[in-house]
Each structure stands twice: as structure tokens, then as C-alpha cells.
Ligand binder design. Structure first.
Ligand code: C2E
Ligand code: MG
Ligand code: MG
Length: 746
């Protein structure tokens, strides 16, 4: 029960008691009046009448005694004085009795008796005064007088009885009135007592409530959080001490007590009113601090209650967390999460823009040379330059150009409008034309840019990321600095995806097979070796290994694929071996396959399980396999060599290795790449290269094979250069095992 409810109840009880008390007072007053009247009547009338009646009786007795004395003494004075005096007294008293309300009939009778007695007394006086007193008559006369007195007595008694009855009735009335008064007083007292108890209990509660309210009233006062009450117009009604420093910020003009709320506060108040019973909550910044403001519209009082809580620490911590969530921890540049948000914002606004991925292409080499930590330090220098220049571009052009640091050595630039992308890319690329100062010294960085445009080429965040990445990859693979994503790139990517998916199924579905291309020993003319080449007929379509092998290499599929090829090749070698044809089969080994830790064991296991002589197995390794893994490669090659298998370097000349360097590796053969052989007969430079390779290989004790020999003139030149083997269409195209075996000659 609240304070006002209690007060109303107490007030009502007080009114009831006052009314009842007034009514009781009136009743008691009326009753007392009645008692007084009865008593007065009793005192003034009945008592006087009673005494007068008694007096009549006494005077009658006195009259009789006077007359008897007169008879005995015959003293005339007794009659003349005493009797007459007594007679007059009697008549006076009787008339008094009559006046005072005595029974008129009885009084009349007594009066008649009195006058009869007077007449008889007069006759007695005459008799006694006479000289001849007739004493017998005198006695008769006296007896008559006595008789008259006795006759009066019942009448007097009747009057007395009536008086008694009247007195008794008055007494009863008084008794009844007093009894009613007593009961009224008792009832009132009980009522007042009950109400006192009731009121007492309420009063106790009221006192408790009041003290609680008083304590509550202290609460906002001592509350360290600001508490403010405003009227319906938003004007200040109350502010606790903690709110005092904020008032000048909350109210727009003049003294806060009379001023109107600031615009922003006004809008909060409106929303609080709109929220009704629910409390509306806002975070606001007042005097450089953050507050959580709960505004509540109290419709009963038509007031707004504002409770503020200082959440500056929490807010700052949240902002720091949000910053961390949206920025790179070291460079403080917006990160990929932020990029996604910005891109989605652009998409929502249907804003045309270009997304440009920037790859620090040297990063891989840097981390190989200096370690990841130092390589990252270098990237941070690049980031600093990129950020500074991007900001300058955005400011100078007044356009929406932003930089994001999305991976270790990868950045993204968003440029709106997209037409400015080329200008931005050129400007940024120029910054890296000269060396940068880094913790590792002055360094030159090579950045690759891959751009795509919304909405023409990419429609959402995922496609923007993918397409810019494809563009960067395209730029890198074609050794360009900038590449703009095109539909061809998209188609190529789709095809790569398709090949990746289908190739996995193809391995188990028997869609793959091995073809063999024979090799000829030039000096002897023998065809006693061949190269196994993978063939994939996907639903009738031939897909070249030149296309799917690099894809398999990237996706990791090359590993199961390589295992399958090895098994197929070993099976074929065993088959021919069992037929007595010792044909050496060269198997292409991808760099990734070569780098597997159990690669040598795999070969050893197969040599053992297939039971084929190791000399019938040749492994074709790429230049990069051997070069990139360095010392590790040397160990693997030695182990393979120890197994007795031949080793050749495929596509020689396309990499950057020198023959002299390669000779340090335990390999047997060099395969000159088709690109040198192809135009050898037309281009003297190519011819010179092939000749040099042949001569150097000879000097280093390595065999040489030329691949892609298509013409007789090429063959003749190679013969003249001292090349050991040839392989190419001139001899035969790759073909199934049962066909190629027809070409083998002893
Ligand atoms: P590669 O090992 O250098 O194979 C030689 C490629 O040149 C073969 O292409 C072959 O058909 C082609 N060729 C041979 N002679 C001539 C010629 O006279 N003229 C022309 N124009 N081409 C000729 P293919 O079969 O398309 O293979 C392409 C590449 O795919 C191979 O180059 C090899 O690197 C890879 N590859 C093929 N099979 C396998 C395999 O089983 N495992 C691995 N890891 N890679 C393989
Ligand atoms: Mg090969
Ligand atoms: Mg080759």
C-alpha cells in the first residue's frame, strides 16, 4: 500500500469517527436534557405536592387535636385562634395542592370534607360557648369531625399514590435514558477503541512508510549516479547532486531550472513517451563521458524520470574491442571484417566501386630469406606507405577511397567511383618504384594489383574477393603488375573449379588412362624407352594434362593422382618385363609429389612389390622440384639413385637453373624443353641454346634428350649436336600401351 492510499484511508476513518462522535454527543445531550427535565419535574412538582399532601394530613390531625383540646378546656381561643389559623392553612395548602397538579377530584372531596368539618367545628364552638353546653352533642360533633378526617385520609393517600406513580415513572425514564446513554457511550467507546486500533495499525504503517519514503527520498540525493526529473514540457523539476555538472549540457540556454532541453534530449524524451510503460534507453556522450540514459515517462505524474549511469570505461573498452575487431593489430589499418562491412554498405547503397587486391608479391621470398617475423616487419613498412598514400588520395580527390589490411601480405583498396581505380593503382604503384627503408635495410618491393568492379563483374562480397584474387593471380602468372578481372578470368576460374571437382571423381571412375610416347636413341636408332603421359577423357572430352595437372597440383589432388600413375606405370613395366620386353618407362613426378616425405619409400616398395628391375624405371622431375627444395632434394635424389632408378630433369631451360649448378645433383639425364626444339631449325639463337645444352651436358657426363621433335630437320640438327635421344611427333605421338609396344625394336 502506498503512502497516499494510506493517508486516504486514515482520513476516511477520521471522518467516520468524528461523525459518530458528533452524533453520540448530540444523543447524550438530548438524553441528558430528558433526564434533567424529569429530575426537575420530580424536584419542582412531585416532591412539593407530596410534602403539601403530607402537610394536609398533618393539618387535619392538628385540627382534630385542637378541637378535642377545645372540648376538654373550652378555651375559646383555641377555636378562634388555633382552629381558624389551622383551617386557613388547610385551605391554602389544598389550593396549593390543586395548583401543583394534585388530583382535582380528590382535592375537591377533601375540600368538601374540610368545609363540612368547619361547619361542624363552628357548631361545636357555639355549643361549647353556649351556657348550656350539650356535651353529648359536643362529643357527636367531635366524632363527626374525626369521621370527616378519616374520610379524607384515603383521598390524600390516593394523591400520594399518584405522586408516587409519577415519581416512579420519572425514575424509570431516567433509568432508561441513563441506560441508553451508557450503552451509547459503551458502543462509541468500543467503536472508538476498534478504530483506534485500526488507525493505530495504519498509523504505524504510515510512519514506517513515511520513514521508508524519507529514506527513499534520500536515495536519489545520495545516489552517485545522476537522477533527473522533468515535467511534461521537459523542464527541470529535480536533479540530484550527481546530476548537477551535467545540467548545462542537457539544457540549451540560461539557467537549467528554466531552460528547455537540448534537441537530442528532446528526441529521447519523445521516444520515452512513445515507449509508454517501457523504459527507453540510450547511450549518450555528455561532457566527454558516456552515459547510459534510461528515460521513463510517468504518466500518473506527467513527468519524465531520467536515470543516468556513467559507462565511460565500459564504452571505451567496447570501442577498443570494436577497434580491435575491425583493424589489423599492428598496422591499425581496417581489416577484412571491416572490409566486408564496407562492401556490404556499398552494395546496399548500390554504389559503383572497384575492389583492388594488392599483393606484396615478394613476401614469400622475403619470409624464406629472412624468416616470417622480419618479412612481416617489411610488410608493415609497405602498409604504412600504402595507408598514407591512400589517405592522401582520398583527401585530394574527395572520394571514398579506403585501404584494408586483409592478410599478412595482402591489402584491399576500395575505390568509389570505380573510374578512379586506374589512377589510384598507378599512384600507389609509383610509390614502390624506389626502395623503402625497412628494419632489414633499404628494399625494393614488388606489388601486384588485381581489380574488379561492382556491379559489372562482381555482385557481392564473396565474388569481389574471389575475382580480385583471381585478377592478382592472373597478374602474377602473366608477370604483370596490374590485372583487371575479365570474363575470361571468370570462365577460366569456373573451368578450374569444374576440373577440380570432376578430376576427383575421375580417379575412381576409370576415366583416366596412361598413354606412352616412345623415345629413340639417336646413335643406335633403337626405341627401347617411352614416357608415360596421363590421359583423361571426361565424358568423351579430352582434357589435356597441361591443363589439369597444374590444377591438381594446386588442389593437392596430384598426390592420389600421382600414386595412381605410379601404380599404372609399374604395372605396365611389369607386364612388358614379363613378356620379355625390357622397356624403360619414364614417369612424370610433380614437385609436390616429389616433396612427400615417404616418396622414396613409395618407389622402393613398388620396385619390390611389382618385381621390376629399377633400371626400367625413370623418374622425370621438374627443374623447380630440384631447385626449390635444394639440399633436401639432393638427399632424395641420392636415395632414389641408390634404389637404381634413372632420374631426368624435364623441361630443362624453362627455369632459371644453370646446368653447372644442376650437375651437382645426382641426375642422369636432361630433357631439353620443347620450346627450344620447336623453332630450332628457324631460329639460330634457339639452335645455339640447344647446342650449348648438349655440349655442356656431355661435359658433365649427363645424357640429353630433346622433346617435341616434329621434323626431320630438327632431328638431323640434334644428331649433329650429339643429342642422345629424341621424343616427339616425328617419331610418334603418345598412344595406348598396346599400340606403342608395336614400335619397340631391339
Ligand atoms: P611433359 O612431361 O613435358 O610431356 C611432354 C608433353 O609434350 C606431352 O604433353 C606430349 O604429348 C607433348 N609432346 C610430345 N611430343 C610433342 C610434339 O612433337 N609436339 C607437340 N606439340 N607436343 C609434343 P601432354 O601429354 O599434354 O602433357 C603435358 C604435361 O603434363 C607433361 O609435360 C607433364 O608435365 C604433364 N604430365 C603428363 N602426364 C603426367 C603424369 O602422369 N604426371 C605428372 N606429374 N605430370 C604429367
Ligand atoms: Mg615429361
Ligand atoms: Mg617436358
Amino acid at each position: 500500500m502506498n503512502e497516499s492510499h494510506l493517508a486516504t484511508k486514515t482520513r476516511r476513518t477520521y471522518i467516520v469517527i468524528t461523525l459518530l462522535g458528533s452524533m453520540l454527543a448530540l444523543s447524550v445531550y438530548a438524553l441528558a436534557q430528558a433526564v434533567q427535565e424529569t429530575a426537575m419535574r420530580f424536584m419542582a412538582e412531585d416532591l412539593v405536592l407530596y410534602s403539601e399532601t403530607q402537610q394536609v394530613g398533618q393539618l387535619l390531625s392538628e385540627q382534630e387535636r385542637i378541637l378535642y383540646e377545645y372540648y376538654a378546656t373550652t378555651e375559646a381561643e383555641l377555636y378562634a385562634n388555633n382552629y381558624m389559623h389551622n383551617f386557613h392553612q388547610l385551605t391554602d395548602v389544598l389550593s396549593q395542592v390543586s395548583n401543583d397538579g394534585g388530583d382535582s377530584h380528590s382535592i375537591g372531596m377533601v375540600n368538601a370534607y374540610l368545609h363540612s368539618a368547619y361547619d361542624t367545628a363552628k357548631a361545636l364552638d357555639e355549643n361549647l360557648a353556649a351556657d348550656q353546653t350539650d356535651w353529648d352533642l359536643a362529643r357527636e360533633q367531635l366524632a363527626e369531625i374525626s369521621e370527616l378526617r378519616r374520610a379524607s385520609l384515603p383521598l390524600l393517600a390516593k394523591i400520594e399514590t399518584e405522586i408516587n406513580a409519577s415519581v416512579a415513572k420519572g425514575y424509570d425514564d431516567i433509568q432508561r435514558l441513563l441506560s441508553v446513554t451508557v450503552w451509547l457511550v459503551i458502543v462509541f467507546s468500543v467503536g472508538v477503541g476498534g478504530m483506534s486500533i485500526y488507525l493505530g495499525r495504519h498509523a504505524a504503517r504510515f510512519i514506517l512508510l513515511s520513514s521508508e519514503n524519507e529514506k527513499l527520498a534520500l536515495f536519489p540525493k545520495r545516489n552517485p549516479n545522476p537522477v533527473i526529473r522533468l515535467d511534461a514540457k521537459g523542464q527541470l523539476l529535480y536533479a540530484n547532486p550527481a546530476a548537477a555538472p551535467l545540467l548545462s549540457e542537457l539544457f540549451e540556454e540560461g539557467e537549467p531550472q528554466s531552460s528547455s532541453p537540448a534537441n537530442w534530449l528532446n528526441s529521447y524524451l519523445k521516444s520515452a513517451k512513445f515507449a509508454g510503460d517501457a523504459c527507453s534507453q540510450h547511450t549518450c556522450k555528455i561532457a566527454q563521458r558516456y552515459y547510459l540514459m534510461q528515460s521513463h515517462w510517468i504518466s500518473d505524474h506527467q513527468t519524465f524520470d531520467l536515470h543516468l549511469r556513467d559507462i565511460t570505461e565500459r564504452q571505451e573498452a567496447e570501442e577498443a574491442l570494436a577497434f580491435q575487431a575491425y583493424h589489423h593489430p599492428v598496422t591499425q589499418i581496417a581489416n577484412r571484417t571491416f572490409l566486408e562491412k564496407i562492401i556490404n554498405d556499398h552494395l546496399q547503397q548500390n554504389k559503383r566501386f572497384a575492389a583492388v587486391m594488392i599483393d606484396v608479391t615478394d613476401f614469400k621470398v622475403l619470409s624464406e630469406n629472412y624468416g616470417l617475423a622480419d618479412a612481416l616487419l617489411c610488410v608493415y613498412q609497405v602498409a604504412e606507405v600504402l595507408q598514407a598514400k591512400t589517405n592522401a588520395l582520398a583527401n585530394n580527390l574527395s572520394k571514398d577511397i579506403q585501404l584494408f589490411h586483409i592478410a599478412d601480405a595482402c591489402f584491399m583498396l576500395t575505390v568509389a567511383p570505380e573510374s578512379l581505380a586506374t589512377k589510384c593503382i598507378d599512384h600507389l604503384a609509383k610509390q614502390f618504384a624506389k626502395a623503402l627503408q625497412t628494419p632489414l635495410g633499404d628494399m625494393r618491393f614488388h606489388l601486384t594489383f588485381g581489380a574488379t568492379v561492382y556491379p559489372e563483374q562482381s555482385s557481392d562480397y564473396a565474388s569481389l574477393m574471389l575475382h580480385s584474387n583471381i585478377a592478382v593471380e592472373s597478374a602474377i602468372s602473366s608477370a604483370k603488375q596490374v590485372h583487371y578481372f575479365s570474363n575470361d578470368d571468370g570462365d577460366r576460374h569456373q573451368r578450374r573449379l569444374m576440373i577440380t571437382q570432376r578430376l576427383e571423381q575421375a580417379i575412381g571412375a576409370g576415366a583416366l588412362t596412361l598413354y606412352f610416347q616412345p623415345k629413340q636413341h639417336l646413335a643406335q636408332g633403337q626405341v627401347k624407352s617411352c614416357e608415360s603421359l596421363l590421359r583423361w577423357f571426361d565424358e568423351g572430352e579430352f582434357i589435356s594434362p597441361a591443363e589439369f595437372i597444374p590444377i591438381a597440383e594446386r588442389s593437392g589432388l596430384i598426390l592420389p593422382l600421382g600414386e595412381w600413375v605410379l601404380d599404372q606405370a609399374f604395372t605396365q613395366v611389369r607386364h612388358w618385363h614379363q613378356q620379355g620386353k625390357d622397356i624403360q618407362v619414364a614417369i612424370n613426378i610433380s614437385p609436390r609429389q616429389f616433396m612427400q616425405p615417404d616418396f622414396v619409400q613409395g618407389i622402393a616398395r613398388r620396385l619390390d612389390s611389382y618385381g621390376v628391375p629399377p633400371s626400367l624405371i625413370e623418374l622425370e622431375l621438374t627443374e623447380t622440384s630440384v631447385m626449390e627444395t635444394g639440399t633436401a632434394a639432393r638427399t632424395v635424389l641420392s636415395a632414389l639413385r641408390d634404389l637404381g632408378v634413372s632420374l631426368s630433369i624435364d623441361d630443362f631451360g624453362t627455369g632459371y637453373s644453370s646446368l653447372a649448378y644442376l650437375s651437382g645433383f645426382p641426375v642422369d639425364k636432361i630433357k631439353i624443353d620443347r620450346s627450344f626444339v620447336q623453332y630450332m631449325d628457324e631460329q639460330p639463337e634457339q639452335q645455339a641454346i640447344v647446342l650449348t645444352i648438349c655440349q655442356l651436358a656431355k661435359n658433365l657426363g649427363l645424357s640429353v634428350i630433346a622433346e617435341g621433335v616434329e621434323t626431320e630437320s630438327q632431328r638431323e640438327l640434334l644428331v649433329s649436336f650429339g643429342c642422345d635421344y629424341i621424343q616427339g611427333y616425328w617419331l610418334a605421338k603418345p598412344m595406348p600401351a598396346n599400340e606403342v609396344e608395336q614400335l619397340f625394336v631391339d
